[in-house]
Structure formats: C-alpha cells, structure tokens
Design a protein around this ligand. Structure first.
Ligand code: M6R
Length: 607
C-alpha cells in the first residue's frame, strides 16, 4: 500500500507530483505529502493528514517553483493518520518516502537513539530515514549509504529519496515493494506503478529487488549495491490511460461493473479459435499443467474467491484435484508442493505482497507457476514461470469487480482447455460453453445492468440493516463469499457468508426479525435444498431474498431476483454482477465513500 512518486525535469515538479499522487491515491488515502528542492536548492516539505485534497489546499496558496521532488500517499501501518506521521520523513541530509513495512524499526530506533537521534513520528519509516542519514554522514556516498542502510533493515520497502546536497537527483530503492522508473524526454520519474506518470510517458524501467535507480532529468542509471551499472530494458505500457477516467459515471465501481462485458470479450477473444480454447498467443505449458498431480490456486480476497470458481471448473472439466489457498496462510503453513504440481497465482494488481511471497515459495519448491494477472509488467507477472494476462484495463475502485469477472472467465477457458487435452470433456459441450461464455454472457451481464431496478429496490430495503447473511451451496456458496465481502467492504454493514446447510449448526441463532438472508440458488440440482434452508430463516423472522434462475417461482420468499436464462456452469458470471450491484446500491443508499472505503487500499503491498 502507499503510493510513491518522484519527478526531476524541466517542468514545475509540484503539479506533476500532485497529479501522480492523485493517480496513486487508490493505494492509500490516510495522508499525503511532498518534499521538493526550492529555487535555493533547499528541501521543503509539506504534508497533511487526510485525503490529497487537504494537501492541495495547503499548497494552493503558495507560489512554489521546483524542478525536482518526491511525494507520497499513505495507508497507515505504524502510527495513526496525522500530519506528523505523514511522509516524507526527513533529516538535515535526506528526505524519504516509503512503501512497505520496516519490521525491525524498533531495534533501529533504539540504535539511533543511542547515537543521539530524536524521533518526531510513530512511524517505521522515520527509522529508515534517520538510519540513512546516519549512514550517509559516515559513508559520504549515496549508493554506499543506501546499500548500508538496506543491509540493516528487515521487511519490505521501496524508497524514493532526496539527498539535500544533490539537488537534481532522486534515488530509488526497491526491496520487494514495487517501484518503476518512468522514462520521459528531458524528465524522468520514480513511481509505485505506471498509472502515476500516465499523462507524461508510457515508457518505464521495472526496478527489481535489490536495485537502486539514480534518476536525473536527462538520464537514469540502475546500479547494484556495489554501484555496478545494470543494463535494463525500457518497457512500454500498453494500457490506454483514458480508461482510468470516470467518464460520467458517479463512481469508478459502477463504471467498472459496466465494463465487465467488454473486459470478458477482450480477455477471451484472443484465446478462442473455432469456438475452442487456443492459448497459442500465451507462452504457457499446458502439458505440464495437465500432468500435474495437484493444482494449487493461491490468491487473496476477491481473487481467491475467483479461485474457488476456478477449482470447481477445473475439477469438473479436467478431473485434477485443486487446492485453493489464501496466500497469507499458504506462505506460513509449510505447504507440500513439488515439481509435479502447478501453482496458479491470481492477482488483479500483480503486487499483493502475500500472493507474491506465495509465488516465490511455490517456485522455490519447484512447482510450475502460472500468474493470472491484470497489471502488465507487475511483480507477480514478471516472476512467474508463465503469465496469462486478463485484459480488464485499469481497475481503480478499491472494490474489485471486473477483475473477478475476467479472472473467472479465463479460469473457465483454462479448465475447458485442460479437459480437452485430458479427454475428460465432450468437445461439443466445450464448444457450447466457449461460445456462450464469449457471446451470450456479455449480453446477459449488460441486460442485468440495464434492468437493475429490482436490485436497487432490494438495496434500499437492506440498507438500514446491521447484519446481512448470504447462503448458497457449491458455486453459489463461493458467490455468497464474494457478495458478502463486497457488501461489507463498501457499505460497512456486517455480513457473513455460509454454506446453506451449515447455518443451522450455530449461526442461525443470529437470525431475528427482519435480518436479511440472501440465498443464491443457480443450481437446479441444489435449489430445493437451498430454498429449505432459506425457509428455515424465514420462519425465524428473516427478510428472505433469493437470486435464482428465471424459471423458478417461490411466492413465499420476500424478494426474488431472477437471472436471465444461462447455463448453470456459467451462472456465476451474471450472478456476481447482481451481487456487485447490490453492494454498490446499498453503499450508495448509506452515502458511503464507495470508491475509497475506509481503512482500505487498492493494492496491498504489505503483509
Ligand atoms: O490485486 P489483488 O487481486 O491481488 O488483490 C487481492 C485483494 O486485496 C482484493 O481482491 C480485495 O479483496 C478487494 N478489495 C476486494 O474487493
């Protein structure tokens, strides 16, 4: 979390830093700050708790002229959001912004205190800044001081640094946490991701773990800790950055839900030939996947929920056992993996710290690693053995929506391909599902979005509730998990998801008058079971809501939201759109900050 930007060039750095921070604000919005060289080449710092707009207000009444500076938008880890805890953190020799966590900051702090240093903030970052000051005073050279500091720090961190006696240069260090260097004409950048310098250049260098960037207006050098130059390719971002605008939608989340149909088409179309999967444009070793003893799908949050759908489809079509693991658990649970396994890491951002660590662990255990990632050139995409990109375009709202749709559609195509290669799926059935996936599903999702009145009405009915429960069986339970996460994330209503048959083993004691229970029942085989469970809650006073196929009628259920006709195997796609819209409208009714819910950040680059 946290966003870093740095600029050096011939333009006024302040506007560029502020526009970069605005693009990075999705990474955290507890506070923001900048440090820059003024006309007299001394470093000035301005910072403010709260949203970037508070920093803008502080800056607006000053006439600042500066050609080089760094900026930061914070997701608080150590120390509450406040002006003092906001970055940059500085000494007389350095100013530093940080994304990540310094795990041994307490030890560093006491070491520095014993050398006469005073601390102003409660942050781990200030320990890194003052340690750099300490080392710079002894070692005299920036690279030596950065390398010496890094050797003493534990944790994950990306830094952008100004040295007060080197007025035109930004130093950037990557140690796990992401950092890229933007390559412009007569101006250069450091940034947490490419969106931060989208208006200036699409060209960038991806800094790797342990690399230091020395960024001047006319050149960028990347060096190792011994100051040896490392030759790095200049990459070009292929996103159309205009996509990252709201384009008249009230919220990014609603815009991104509306983009689901096209995102699914963009992701699947290049991988379909004659109505069958064709992954020849991806460098992926399907032989190795289908001969795996076991497949592990590892991810966090919504991406993990997409993995649950992936498991269901792979086991159904290809008959290979699949484990779905939460990345933060997987990495510390001594997982049993070998060269005979495949690990599929799913991540929208490609930067989630736990997912990245899980990928590295799976690789170290010799498993074949495949990344399903949306952000091109992100760490997970770069480090996996193979990468399958989802083509959803930038997802800005913190609540993930279109990323889930493209992840699950791509997993469906992968499962079909595996089934074909293993001869475990009928080819005519495969053609039917593929063509429905790419042709009918986008239209069905559009029809749901266009006729969302009943979803909005339902949202109004549930928006005053304190607790909401989701139930379902099989895929419908996995969808319940996602619906519940989305709802609590943006509306702040407490919510839980349960396998429908499990409620009566304890949780049903929480059901009282008017508590909404939302049942998802897209499987004909299971619907009568789920309805019985829903009725069990109704007889205890619940407000019952059912999402089911259009052909079913249940007069005793309070609200029924019907899905258009769709194959059961693909019902998860339109159903998730309904759940996302339900969460969206509920949060809207409660006047929540939908795109930037409290305490959250889009990209979780700390563990
Ligand atoms: O970028 P990733 O897909 O790796 O992110 C994983 C989760 O942090 C993310 O899906 C999170 O759960 C969303 N905010 C949920 O809407």
């Amino acid at each position: 979390m946290c966003g870093i930007i740095g600029y050096t060039g011939s333009n006024n750095s302040i506007n560029i830093l502020m526009s970069g921070l605005s693009a990075l604000e999705y990474r955290g919005y507890d506070s923001a700050g900048i440090a820059y060289f003024d006309e007299n080449n001394s470093i000035q710092t301005i910072k403010s708790s709260g949203r970037l707009s508070s920093l803008s207000e502080k800056i607006s009444d000053r006439q600042i002229s500066s050609l080089c500076g760094i900026g930061h938008t914070r997701w608080a880890t150590h120390g509450k959001p406040s002006d003092i805890n906001a970055h940059p953190h500085s000494s007389s020799t350095v100013s530093l912004v940080h994304n990540g966590i310094i795990e041994n900051y307490a030890k560093i702090k006491s070491f520095l205190k014993s050398h006469g240093y005073d601390f102003l903030s409660e942050t781990d970052t200030e320990a890194a800044a003052l340690l750099l000051d300490y080392n710079y005073k002894i070692l005299k050279y920036p690279i030596k001081a950065i390398a010496g500091t890094s050797a003493m720090l534990e944790g994950s961190y990306a830094f952008a640094i100004l040295f007060s006696d080197i007025p035109d240069t930004i130093y950037a260090l990557r140690h796990d946490s992401p950092l890229i260097l933007g390559v412009g004409a007569g101006e250069n950048f450091a940034a947490s991701d490419i969106t931060a310098k989208k208006k200036k250049t699409k060209n960038y260098i991806a800094l790797e773990h342990g690399e230091i960037g020395c960024i001047k207006s006319d050149k960028i050098e990347v060096v190792d800790f011994s100051a040896n130059i490392i030759k790095k390719p200049v990459l070009t971002a292929s996103w159309n950055f205009e996509q990252a605008q709201r384009e008249g939608y009230e919220h990014f989340m609603l815009k991104e839900i509306n983009e689901e149909p096209q995102s699914i088409i963009n992701t699947l179309h290049p991988r379909i030939k004659e109505e069958l999967p064709d992954f020849s444009c991806d460098s992926i070793d399907f032989d190795r996947i289908i001969n795996s003893e076991r497949i592990h799908i590892i991810a966090c949050g919504t991406a993990m929920h997409a993995g649950l759908i992936g498991r269901m489809l792979i086991e159904k079509y290809a008959k290979i056992p699949v484990n779905v693991e939460i990345a933060s658990e997987f990495r510390y649970n001594n997982p049993i993996l070998s060269k005979n396994d495949t690990a599929i890491i799913i991540s929208q951002s490609g930067e989630t710290a736990d997912s990245l660590a899980a990928l590295r662990l799976a690789k170290s255990l010799k498993a074949y690693t495949v990344a399903v990632v949306n952000v091109i050139g992100s760490s997970i995409a770069r480090e996996a053995d193979s990468v399958l990109y989802t083509w959803a375009g930038p997802e800005i709202a913190v609540a993930s929506t279109k990323a889930y749709s493209v992840q699950t559609s791509l997993l469906c195509l992968i499962a079909i391909q595996m089934g074909i290669l293993r001869n475990t799926i009928d080819i005519r059935f495969a053609r039917k599902i593929v063509s429905e996936l790419v042709s009918d599903i986008p239209e069905i999702i559009k029809s749901i979005i266009n006729k969302s009145e009943i979803i909005h009405e339902t949202a109004k009915r549930i928006s005053k509730s304190d607790d909401i429960f989701f139930i379902g069986r099989g895929a419908d339970y996995y969808l319940s998990e996602e619906g519940s996460l989305k709802l609590k994330e943006i509306s702040y209503i407490h919510s839980e998801a349960y396998p429908a048959g499990e409620l009566k083993h304890g949780t049903i004691s929480l059901i009282e008058n008017n508590v909404p229970v939302i049942a998802i029942a897209t499987s004909e085989y299971l619907i009568s079971k789920t309805i019985s469970n829903l009725r069990e809650t109704k007889s205890r006073g619940a407000l019952t809501i059912l999402i089911c196929n259009e052909k079913f009628n249940f007069d005793d259920i309070d609200i029924v939201i019907k899905l258009p006709a769709v194959s059961e195997d693909l019902a998860f796609l339109p159903t998730v759109t309904i759940l996302q819209l339900l969460a969206y409208y509920t949060a809207l009714e409660r006047a929540c900050d939908i795109d930037k819910p409290r305490n959250l950040a889009k990209s979780v680059t700390v563990e």
